[in-house]
Design a protein around this ligand. Sequence first.
Ligand SMILES: [Fe+2]
Ligand SMILES: [Fe+2]
Length: 249
Amino acid sequence: MQLGKGDMEIKTFEVADGIYRISVGPGGRLEFNHFVIVDERPVLVHTGRVGWFELLKEEVGRLVDVRGIAYIVFSHFEADECGALNQWLGVAPRAEVLTNRIGRATVEDYSIRGPRLVRGGERVDLGVHRLRVLETPHFPHNWDAVLYYEEREGVLFGSDLGAHWGVGEPAVEGVEVVEAVGGFQRETGFMAGGRCLEEAIEKLEALEIRHLATQHGSTIYGEGIKLLLGRLKAEFGSGVEAAGGRAYR
Ligand SMILES: [Fe+2]
Ligand SMILES: [Fe+2]
């Protein structure tokens, strides 16, 4: 479906049983992905930005009744993660926003409804799916960062982890994007490097991740995910000089 603005497109793809990826690719340079878990208690992962709320709502509405969304989750406070939070809360009257202790005050000040607090290791039962909360401060960036792992299908909602340029296939084998992900980080420096990255990746290495549902780029699957995590840790972890952030161009 066209967004009505040049080459902006919105596309839906089933990542795993009951888990859908909805991508928006403004300008074709970088994709912004949102995920929906269809279950007794449906979840929206990333609200997206305010500018594409109406289109996203229509697309999400093909999968679930948006009024019945139970949880809205995101990694950290940033426009692509939660910019349209209040628009979603407006159409989903029972939806709860999940955040951790660090993100709480920011969400309370911004949101039209207060958040529900979650802690690392906690599980949120959705019906047949189950989300595990991972607290990963400063990773991929921002102190309030958390990641969510869906245990039944082995899907990690990685936020900016795994990001790579372009609008391509909805899903690719990990080995195909290892270089692209490393190159994106080298170019932009947008993930905090050093010990935070290393500690977060070690938490992730203990999981059985079958799909890395990144926010930017193709969903990554297969054995290559392990290779990718290992490469990122080796290149940007604590044994090396911390990656400096660079201005986004
Ligand atoms: Fe981010
Ligand atoms: Fe992002």
